[in-house]
Each structure stands twice: as C-alpha cells, then as structure tokens.
Design a protein around this ligand. Structure first.
Ligand code: GLA
Length: 385
C-alpha cells in the first residue's frame, strides 16, 4: 500500500507537469506471473497465475478535447477521440487504451468521455508478464468509474481479451486479463478458463516467487502463437471434442493415427499440462514441495519438447534455477519464445539462489539476466483517496 501511495504522489506531479491541471482519478493495475498451466487457456483448460507487484499506476481526468495519454516509460501516445476509434487505428502502445475504449463502447453502447492520462509502469516489457493486459485493465477500471458503467472486474477482463483479440490482433486467451483484474493479496489464482471460476490459493509460508528474466525479448509473433492454436483445433477435430479440455490421453492415443506427429505432441502438452495444473493445486495446498518441483520441471520440458515454445535462453535459465540453492521448482512462464522463467524459492536462500542463478545463466548464454522476487498483490482497481 505504501508503494502505491508513494507512486500516486509521483504520478500526480508528473500529471500536473504535463497537463497543468490536477488529475481526479488514480488507478493501479498489476502484471502477472503464471505458476503453471501454460497454453491451456485457449483450450478451455486450467491456469495458475498470480498478480505481482510489478505493475502500473495511472492518473487521469476527463477532458473536452481529444484523449491524450503519456507514458513515463514509452512517451506520448496517439491522440484519439473516444467516439471514433476503430481497429487498425494504431500500432503504438495506444492500441491498448484505444482498444479498451473500443471494446467498452461496443459492449455497453455508451459513449465514453475523453481523458487526459499519465501512466507510470515498472512492468518489464517483453518479459512475458502481461504489461499489455495491465494497461487494458488500467484504462478499463478508469473508464468504468468515470462513465459509471457498473462493470465487474471479470467483465472488464473479458473486454480486455476482446481488445487484445479484435483490436490489437493477438488471438490470446483470457488468463492474463483475469489475473490482472482479479488478483488477490498473497494469493495465487487457480482459474478454470471454461467457467471462469476462481479458487484462491495461498503460497506456502517461507517460499518466494522469483521472476527470472532472460532479457531475451519475447517475440510473441502472433504467427507462432496462432499456429499453436490452430494445431490444437486440428487435434480436437481428429478426436471429435469441442476443446482439448474435453480430451484424455487415452482419447489422444486412440486418434493418434489421424493426426500428424506435431499435432499429436501439441495436444499431448495441453492434456498433460491441464492435469499438472490440477495436481499442482493439491501439492500447493498440502505443501508438497517435492511434487511442486517435479510438476514445474515437467511443465517446462513439455513446453520445450512437445509444444516447442521455449528457446535456448529460457532452457538455460530453467536449468540454472533447478540447480541453484533453495529452488523448489522453476519453469518458463507466459507464451514463451523469450521472456522469463518463474521459480519458487526458499526465502531463506534467496541471495544464494540469485547469485548462483545469474552466474550460471551468464556462463551458459553470455547474457546478463535479472532475478526479481515478487510479492503477490490485489488486482486492477481505482484508488480511493
Ligand atoms: C499469453 C496469452 C495467454 C496465454 C499464455 C500462454 O500470455 O496472452 O492468454 O495463452 O500466453 O499460457
């Protein structure tokens, strides 16, 4: 809370410097990390993310003129009029604010006020921790409040996905927006992406969540992501199921001869990852650290060999984590193709873990990685004065 308040004072000043007037609404929106359940959300499966204290703060105020936004990290956004934006409007970071504006207007049919806004973020970009969902939800909660739309955070999360799919043009699932919108202090989120039902789960006492950034910028080439999606759909067709959530390993073996080897492996990852996510929930609840470690490692190997979304840097980081002091478990997190690993580490060993991890990663790849212990925080919300 102290951090948020300090950051509000800083952003208020930045806003006044930029626009010469006081803001009258503030909101915060976190990034997210995913403990397990990767590439399962668009298959109606299970995921296990958490909102983290790498997030963004926004200060805003209604204006008569066009919407003008400024990011302290990315600079000036494109100006737009809330009643006029359409998909294809921009490729800059303004696609997230304009896209959320568009998704909100489409769904509520209510015109939104124009805004002046300043955004301050400490979410690493390109590390796979959902800086884009955080932005969508930040603008979502602000407009929801200012236009009195009365939407819940779950509804805002769904509209964040509409923005991502239809405006930004990335065919992603619902995990990131749900994690940002519905994060809860000190709780990981077990989410059934079919029903959107959530079970909050505390992380065992004495464990820290560490973001192990490869500093290899994630190339979420929509093409590779969309290709995985369509391979999952092909597997469903071969098995006669609506979604991979509905298939068992036995169904997959029975239909194996009807699909290519690649499609088989993609489906195998998703089916086994869903089970790992369920098993992880039990292991977390019972504090079974050995099983937590095994499940995270198996998830990484499955993403590496069967789903083929890892890369040498993510493999080197995961391998460095597995052999570092105090590591309970580690795996790549997010879409892959670069970005970061997540590790669960004994808090008492954090220093030894970090120095060993980064030295080993550097020795293997020649790259300087970064390790950040993260606190789990509440989701996107307007800050009450
Ligand atoms: C990205 C997408 C999510 C999810 C992950 C992979 O973060 O935005 O919807 O598919 O990749 O688990």
């Amino acid at each position: 809370m102290n951090d948020a308040v300090m950051s509000v004072q800083a952003i208020r000043l930045a806003f006044v410097n930029r626009f010469g007037i006081e803001p009258n609404i503030f909101a915060v929106s976190p990034g997210r990390i995913n403990l397990i359940g990767e590439h399962t959300d668009y298959n109606d499966g299970f995921v296990f993310p958490a909102a983290i204290d790498r997030g963004l703060t926004i200060a805003a105020r209604i204006t008569d003129g066009p919407t003008q936004t400024f990011s302290l990290q990315l600079g000036e956004g494109d100006e737009f009029n809330t009643t006029e934006v359409k998909p294809g409007f921009t490729t800059s970071w303004s696609k997230y604010s304009a896209g959320m504006n568009w998704a909100l207007t489409q769904s509520t049919s209510k015109p939104l006020p124009n805004l002046i806004a300043v955004v301050d973020s400490n979410i690493p970009i390109g590390s796979g921790v959902s800086s884009s969902a955080a932005l969508e939800l930040a603008f979502g909660v602000v407009w929801n409040e200012l236009a009195d739309l009365g939407l819940t955070n779950q509804e805002l999360a769904k509209l964040g996905q509409v923005c991502e799919n239809k405006f930004v043009g990335v065919n992603s699932g619902i995990m990131d927006q749900m994690a940002c919108a519905l994060g809860k202090d000190a709780m990981a989120i077990f989410l059934d992406t079919r029903t959107l039902e959530i079970q909050y789960a505390p992380v065992p006492e004495g464990l820290s969540i560490v973001l192990c950034d490869t500093k290899k910028e994630r190339a979420l080439t929509s093409s590779a992501y969309n290709e995985r999606r369509s391979q999952c759909e092909q597997a469903c067709e071969c098995m006669g199921v609506a979604k991979l959530r509905d298939a068992s390993l036995q169904d997959l073996e029975l239909a194996r001869s009807k699909m290519s080897e690649v499609v088989y492996r993609r489906a195998k990852h998703v089916i086994t990852e869903n089970q790992r996510c369920l098993d992880f929930k039990d292991a977390l609840a019972s504090g079974n650290l050995k099983e937590i470690g095994e499940l995270m490692k198996a998830s990484h190997e499955s993403l590496r060999w069967d789903y083929e979304v890892s890369c040498p840097e993510l493999d080197a980081m995961a391998e460095a984590a597995w052999t570092s002091p105090g590591c309970v478990g580690a795996r790549m997190t997010g879409a892959g193709f670069g970005g970061a690993c997540v590790a669960m580490v004994q808090t008492s060993e954090l220093d030894a873990f970090t120095s060993n991890l980064l030295a080993q990663y550097h020795a293997t790849t020649g790259r300087i990685g970064e390790a950040m212990a993260c606190n789990i925080v509440d989701g996107s919300r307007v800050l009450k004065a």
